[in-house]
Write a protein that binds this ligand. Sequence first.
Ligand code: FES
Length: 179
Amino acid sequence: MTVQLPRKVTRKVFLSTSSKVVLGVSGLLIGNTALFYYGAVHGKKMDDPAIREIPSSFVKVGQVEQLRAMNGYEKVYYTATIEDAWVKTQKQGFVYVTKDENGALVILSSACTHLGCSVEPATEAQRNRKKDLFFWCPCHGAEFDIVGASVGMELPGLERYQPLIIEGNVYVDIATPKK
Ligand code: FES
């Protein structure tokens, strides 16, 4: 019968083994802390399929086919929740959906680029008086065309939102208008 003699644990072997154990445990703790942090911030578990849901700052403005067939414009009211780190802000308002000369959807902020009042669609009489006029601002009279460009004034155009097409619907991310 052979007897296995216990291996001599040298100082070097002891330090090497114990540091591997410490590193392993720390990695596990850091990983779990990161997952816990993510879950706490987002209120979800990492394996929760709801993580793939549409963000709360996205607003549905309509169905692609319906909007492509539209004439003129659509006024779409929205309520969105914008999350910035730990701060959630609810935003309400409306956007205008129009089309450019090539038929591409254009989604415009309703905020006038002068001082922020809401622009309104011009009346037929106003449009007949001025070529290209489509929206106007009742506060101080700024005017914009159907794609939001300023008409006859030195003002930036209305902010636009990128149309995002998800399963046949058009969404915009209210948190990130394009200038
Ligand atoms: S706020 Fe629109 S013209 Fe002044």
